[in-house]
Design a binder for this molecule. Structure first.
Ligand SMILES: [Zn+2]
Length: 468
């Protein structure tokens, strides 16, 4: 357990001034004291989430990883019409499985094959049909708000253009596909407020083409994707390299300066900071708050990078379009087991084999995803239009935002921290308002706003932009 939760939270330093455009200051004072006791962090899994987490089954995950590896290769350029070997057989099997899960959803989960022809590109020598398998669980009350989770079902051997050699891709990335499939199965029987999309994407190894297409379809439709997670190489906490296993840690990569930052946004950032407050960083803080607990049994090691050196994954397709996104991956990789022909050389086993995967570990990573997705989908959406009033020089802070539309929204919390602190240290419940003035200088701390619902679910934090 990290120590940030043990820090005392003092919300008494802040108070709502008489100029606050709010009605019931005494009530707000009481709520502030309560929020101070609760702290800025940690959101224990609700009863429904605890039941969901228990249903995630390592044996089913193991069966999926084993089945996907048995297709021999799932290279994007491999056979699409062979029923036993190649990416086409894997595609059809994933589709069948997800369709079976969707049957338990009462019509709320739909499964589609999303295909397009990828033109010739550096790792695609001939125009190639690429197909994502996409299961969508429609939200009950907030269906236009969408959360996406992916794993990539294509695999590769040493030569990225080798479409025929064995490429079992157990860790990279049958593990991620198994995680999202098991998530789809356990969530299909449950009602969520917002929509959750479970996608097995293709052509990751050829250039993120499947996720690129998926993200672009959302962008074209104007879809409000409020978070996306790529599960890529989540197969084991044991690198099998003599280092000590770390089976209760998963890395979560979250970028700082947004990939899609505009020139105008960069100008603001250079002026007043905020490089650690982009939407993906807020998502990283949120995931740790909701997913690092005894029920998942996992530590979420948040890493403030878009991805590892020399590597990238499908979250980048979403970051490019301005959607908050993160990548989950195991704590320490064994590069002899990734992107390698299956062979023994100098007594070393190369290749991405099922025997190096730990199905219980993958199940725990799936639980981290489940805690994040459930908590996101049941909470109100991330506040929009959050601004910090900069019309004049003052030593206080006025924040404004748009009221959200979630039916069970009950109000908002303002959070803040020292500019040098990594995570929120203070929280103040401000009630169901859309503007508040706080007697703290906006020059000295970073602020954020999050929404709260009737059940106590918190949204991710939105950082304010300056506004005149
Ligand atoms: Zn991968």
């Amino acid at each position: 357990m990290t120590d940030h939760r043990e820090k005392p939270i003092s919300s008494r330093r802040a108070f709502l001034t008489a100029s606050a455009a709010v009605a019931a200051t005494p009530v707000l004072g009481a709520r502030a004291a309560h929020a101070g006791g609760r702290g800025a962090h940690g959101q224990s899994p609700d009863r429904q989430l605890r039941a969901l987490l228990r249903e995630i089954d390592p044996n089913r995950i193991g069966a999926i990883v084993t089945r996907l590896a048995a297709f021999g290769t799932r290279h994007t350029l491999s056979a699409q019409d062979d029923p036993a070997r190649g990416i086409g057989a894997a595609r059809d099997w994933i589709f069948e499985q997800l369709t079976t899960y969707a049957a338990a959803s009462g019509g709320r989960m739909t499964v589609e094959l999303q295909s397009f022809i990828q033109p010739v590109s550096p790792r695609v020598p001939v125009p190639t049909r690429i197909t994502n398998v996409v299961a969508t669980l429609r939200g009950d009350t907030d269906p236009d708000r969408v959360y996406v989770v992916t794993g990539h079902y294509d695999s590769r051997a040493t030569d990225v253009l080798d479409a025929t050699s064995d490429a079992p891709g157990a860790d990279d990335d049958a593990s991620g596909v198994a995680a999202i499939m098991e998530l789809a199965r356990v969530m299909a029987t449950r009602h969520t407020e917002a929509t959750v999309v479970f996608a097995a994407v293709a052509a990751e190894e050829q250039g993120l083409y499947g996720s690129d297409y998926l993200a672009q379809q959302f962008k074209n439709a104007g879809t409000d994707v409020q978070a996306m997670f790529s599960n890529d190489i989540v197969g084991t906490g044991d690198a099998h390299d003599g280092s000590s296993p770390d089976p209760r840690t998963v890395r979560l990569f979250v970028e700082g300066v947004p990939t899609a930052e505009t020139a105008a946004e960069a100008t603001v950032r250079k002026s007043v900071g905020g490089e650690n407050d982009g939407p993906s960083r807020q998502l990283g803080r949120f995931v740790r708050d909701v997913a690092e607990n005894p029920q998942t049994g996992m530590k979420v090691r948040v890493i403030w990078r878009r991805d590892r050196y020399l590597r990238g994954s499908d979250h980048i397709s979403f970051l490019l379009r301005g959607y908050p996104a993160a990548r989950l991956t195991e704590p320490r990789e064994n590069f002899a087991h990734e992107h390698q022909d299956v062979r023994v050389e100098n007594g070393i086993q190369y290749g991405d084999l099922v025997e190096f995967c730990d199905f219980k570990y993958i199940a725990r990573v799936a639980r981290v995803n489940a805690a994040a997705l459930w908590s996101l989908a049941q909470a109100p959406g991330t506040p929009k239009g959050v601004v910090i009033d900069t019309t004049q020089l003052t030593n206080e802070t006025t924040l404004r935002w748009q009221r959200g539309t979630s039916p069970d929204l009950t109000g908002y919390e303002v959070v803040w921290r020292e500019t040098t602190a990594p995570d929120w240290t203070n929280v103040l419940a401000v009630g169901d308002v859309t503007t508040v003035t706080i007697d703290l200088s906006k020059d000295n701390v970073f602020f954020g706003v999050r929404a709260v619902d009737r059940d106590g679910h918190r949204s991710p934090v939105a950082a304010p932009l300056p506004a005149g």
